[in-house]
Ligand binder design. Structure first.
Ligand SMILES: [Zn+2]
Length: 352
């Protein structure tokens, strides 16, 4: 099962635009929903020299070959350097120990300026050029303004495909130059079938934890991500019996062993979801993310109260900001677990 079957409706909307392409399309939707893969599949189908009757790329012609190798002369993919690294990391490749330069989290103005030449030489193949830019919110104002020039004076036969998790962070002038297409979260049954076809076990569990985003769920379901998650959940499930320093030590070992980027960020996001579930249960509602942990969550929820949970959820936003900075993971985790323990302290002057 592939991405256009997962997002059949959006694919159809894209397909309808094929013969009268706008200058710029903006695909929006929540993280991990599959927007980027969909945009990429659409670009491939446009540049393919011999599309299948269903109008998807053939995967066999020379254009498809160049796209796969990343050297199609009429295609540019623009994304932050850090994301390229993350992409590599999915194959389990480690960054070299001696590599000190930090990849950019942003699309740089140089990357946008470098498009100029690409946009102003003739196309090599079908008379169509495609620029895929992702995530579009990863541009500062001057970079976005530089892009705006190309959007305002569109070069014929050029399609800009912008993909964004947070379109509200785009310059309004950029947004208004694009035809917008929102990519909804697929039906759970469809997403589960897609995950199962991709060999993901416990699809429903991961899908819930990913808030319905199938690509995020696939990442969670992949073995590598689980050690970290399990370490965290083991500690959080101790509830009122959590020992903050021991928990920090245990989870920090998992963080240090983690090969994939931004382990703390993922931990904080999961932690946040754990406490959202706890808050929902305390308020007598159904948990949303940790479907297989309902029993321990229900028990723990009774040991704290809503005001403290809500205060913790606000604090979790600070943790999210903090963990973007380089920091001592052990100290960060100690602070995090001490806040968790404080949720269950029966009296104010007692220490967990
Ligand atoms: Zn092809």
């Amino acid at each position: 099962m592939n991405i256009y079957e997962l997002h059949e409706k959006t694919w159809k909307q894209l397909d309808e635009r094929r013969d009268r392409l706008p200058h710029a399309l903006l695909l929006t939707g929540q993280r991990g929903v599959g927007k980027f893969d969909l945009a990429r599949a659409f670009a491939e189908s446009l540049l393919c020299e011999n599309p299948l009757p269903s109008r998807v790329a053939c995967g066999a012609c020379s254009a498809c070959g160049w796209l796969a190798q990343g050297n199609h002369p009429d295609f540019r993919q623009v994304q932050p350097g850090a994301l390229l690294d993350e992409g590599d990391d999915e194959d389990g490749r480690e960054r070299e120990a001696g590599d000190k330069k930090k990849p950019s989290q942003q699309i740089t103005i140089d990357q946008i300026r470098a498009l100029d030449e690409f946009l102003h030489v003739g196309t090599h193949r079908q008379g169509l050029r495609v620029v895929l830019l992702h995530p579009a919110e990863a541009m500062n104002r001057s970079t976005a303004n530089s892009l705006l020039k190309s959007l305002e004076e569109p070069v014929p036969g050029t399609l800009f495909l912008l993909v964004s998790n947070e379109p509200e962070r785009l310059l309004p002038t950029v947004r208004s130059r694009c035809q917008r297409l929102s990519v909804p979260v697929p039906e759970p049954s469809c997403a589960q079938a897609w995950l199962a076809a991709g060999g993901v076990k416990d699809a429903a569990r991961w899908l819930a934890l990913a808030g319905g985003s199938p690509l995020l769920a696939a990442e969670l379901g992949a073995g590598g991500a689980r050690a970290l998650l399990d370490a965290l959940v083991t500690e959080l499930a101790k509830g009122q019996r959590i020992d903050p320093l021991a928990a920090a030590a245990a989870v920090d070992r998992a963080v240090k062993a983690e090969k994939r980027p931004a382990p703390l960020k993922r931990l904080v996001e999961w932690g946040q979801k754990w406490f959202v579930d706890l808050t929902l249960l305390r308020a007598g509602q159904t948990p949303r993310y940790f479907l297989t942990q309902t029993a321990p969550l229900t028990e723990i929820a009774q040991k704290t109260d809503l005001p403290r949970l809500l205060a913790f959820n606000r604090k979790a936003l600070q943790y999210r900001t903090q963990c973007e900075q380089p920091l001592n993971s052990r100290l960060f985790l100690e602070d995090f677990f001490m806040s968790c323990a404080a949720l269950f302290e029966p009296v104010r002057d007692r220490h967990g």
